[in-house]
Design a protein around this ligand. Structure first.
Ligand code: APR
Length: 238
């Protein structure tokens, strides 16, 4: 029996927290995996940064059209579908995610807190006019007002959506089991949620291929199996 299965079966309010590692088995690169993360190829401070909208517009648009092209190619994997099934059956109560791929939403989860926004919407950075994702992908990057069109994600240097952040804080505080799937837990303030849960007595589980600075606080760390393998195995035992 997977030790994680036991923890899920005895918990009343399990909350899942996901990072880019949740979507690598869909084909999407994560950010910091050794020699394959996105930040090994691109410089986040130059591109995923609100300043880039003004000083680096062409590269900014190229980068996000590239990211959108990878998103359009891939889809949620079995692990995402298992989490959606678990929410429907009340096995988990919600998902706090740093991911902007909207794969939890596409898989059918409802209580999803997208801390960093998502690629579902695009808007003009100046006048906030909404734009269609396909038009952006087709190359439309400037609004009639002259502003730059950008994805509805949180760029470095920007505030997280306060209402989503609030809800995530409430959910993490209610959790008696907090399961991290696929995050290096290096980016704040998102990386505070595992401790918000832990400090209120929740059990903390970290399923991540590489060690994180939060492993020392975890009740269970799973590094020897991929996220999809863990979810498929536990789903068989639940
Ligand atoms: N199974 C288990 N672990 C995996 C798998 C997998 N299939 N694939 C990747 N991982 C692990 C990697 O070892 C890595 O430690 O997932 C972790 C992903 O960490 P990051 O790439 O840092 O992604 P994340 O933690 O989501 O980054 C947070 O940083 O750039 C910003 O806004 C961006 O939301 C992102 C934030």
């Amino acid at each position: 029996m997977e030790p994680l299965t036991k923890l899920i079966q005895t918990a009343n309010y399990p909350i899942v927290f996901t990072g880019a590692g949740m979507s690598t088995e869909s084909g999407l690169p994560d950010f910091r995996s050794k020699d394959r993360g996105l930040w090994e190829k691109f410089n986040p401070t130059e591109l995923a940064n609100v300043q880039a909208l003004y000083h680096n517009k062409e590269e900014f648009t190229e980068f996000y059209q590239y990211r959108l092209s990878t998103l359009n190619k891939y889809e949620p994997h079995k692990g995402h579908l298992i989490l959606a099934d678990w929410e429907k059956r009340g096995i988990i109560k919600g998902i706090i995610t740093q991911n902007v791929d909207a794969f939890h939403h596409d898989a059918g989860n409802e209580n999803v807190m997208e801390l960093h926004g998502s690629f579902r919407t695009f808007h003009c950075h100046e006048c906030k006019k909404e734009f269609d994702r396909d038009d952006y992908f087709a190359g439309q990057s400037t609004c009639e007002c002259g502003g730059t069109i950008r994805p509805g994600i949180v760029l470095f240097g920007e505030q997280l959506p306060q209402d989503t952040f609030q809800r995530a804080e409430e959910e993490a505080a209610k959790a008696d089991l907090f399961i991290v799937f696929g995050s290096s837990l290096t980016v704040s303030p998102a990386n505070m949620f595992p401790l918000v849960a832990k400090e209120r007595g929740a059990k903390l589980v970290i399923v991540n291929r590489e060690p994180t600075d939060y492993d020392r606080y975890a009740d269970l760390v799973i590094q020897d199996k991929s996220i999809k393998e863990v979810l498929v195995e536990v789903a068989k035992q639940l």
